[in-house]
Design a protein around this ligand. Structure first.
Ligand code: G3P
Ligand code: MG
Length: 271
């Protein structure tokens, strides 16, 4: 299972793929994670209007696609209101060259020879992402985005697990979510796949007991609310701690020394 494939502590997990080297949550970003020696990749899943699972971070499409250039979609922006076929008509790469979110295009760290491939990126399906992870034997932390208020709310966990089993990827998977009910559902449907509770802003009370009540193997807190003491306490209680999004080497070292299993980072090439 996922954690057995990652024996040492302090490894780099590429956040949304190596998202400072290629457009986030694309197969190119996943390939860059492999190329720079990341030991795992984190990626995000939403359910589409036709019940398919797409790899994408935001709820809306403006930031990381060319939706603004598609007049046929002018009434819609929310990913849950698009079919997978419609999503696949969007360019999910060119925004990265224009926005240059990490300055890596201007600096040349993203070489010009990569630009054509960047422009050719589309929104991957979960099945494509799982096939990539199996092909490269690259453990995947799949974050199931909260679908509250959308049709996928009641079905996404089962739909994700069906695809994981079809792709024979269960041994490479760590499922996480900010919606902790999804973790309980996942544990019931697939007890062998480890889960991780995502948290930002505030830790739940009686944290160790709480995580155990979810059946979670790991805790994924925002690093800004987390201290090395908490990492140590949870590790000693037998829980894995993976922190996001740590882009500062000194902070990464501090958490690793305290026993953090993985550092989820936008810069796996520097960690
Ligand atoms: O899974 C860690 C991190 O990705 C959670 O936040 O918004 O980047 O998906 P977000
Ligand atoms: Mg995420």
């Amino acid at each position: 299972m996922f954690f057995d494939l990652l024996p040492e502590t302090g490894l780099a997990c590429a956040h949304r793929g190596a998202r400072s080297l290629a457009p986030e949550n694309t197969l190119m970003a996943a390939q860059k994670a492999v190329d720079c020696g990341a030991r795992c990749w984190e990626t995000d899943a939403h359910m589409t209007a036709d019940g398919r699972i797409a790899i994408f971070h935001d709820e809306t499409l403006e930031r990381t696609t060319d939706i603004a250039g598609h007049p046929e979609f002018r009434d819609r922006r929310d990913i849950h209101h698009f079919t997978l076929a419609e999503l696949r008509t969007l360019d999910a790469g060119s925004w990265f060259l224009a926005a240059d979110p990490y300055g890596t295009v201007a600096s040349g760290e993203v070489p010009e020879s990569d630009h054509p491939a960047i422009r050719a990126q589309v929104i991957p399906t979960l099945r494509e992402a799982l096939d990539f992870t199996v092909r490269h034997n690259l453990p995947m932390n799949l974050e199931i985005k909260d679908q509250t208020g959308h049709a996928g709310h009641d079905t996404i966990v089962r739909a994700v697990l069906d695809l994981v089993h079809e792709a024979r990827a269960a041994h490479l998977l760590l499922l996480s979510s900010f919606n902790h009910d999804y973790l309980v559902q996942a544990k019931r449907l697939a007890p062998g796949i480890p889960t991780a509770a995502l948290q930002e802003e505030q830790h739940p009370e009686n944290l160790v007991d709480y995580l155990r009540s979810l059946g979670a193997a790991a805790y994924h807190p925002d690093h800004r609310i987390t201290t090395p003491e908490l990492v140590r306490e949870l590790s000693e209680a037998g829980l894995f701690v993976n922190l996001w999004t740590v882009n500062d080497m000194d902070r990464a070292r501090m958490f690793i020394r305290a026993g953090a299993k993985a550092i989820i980072t936008d810069f796996p090439q520097r960690m």
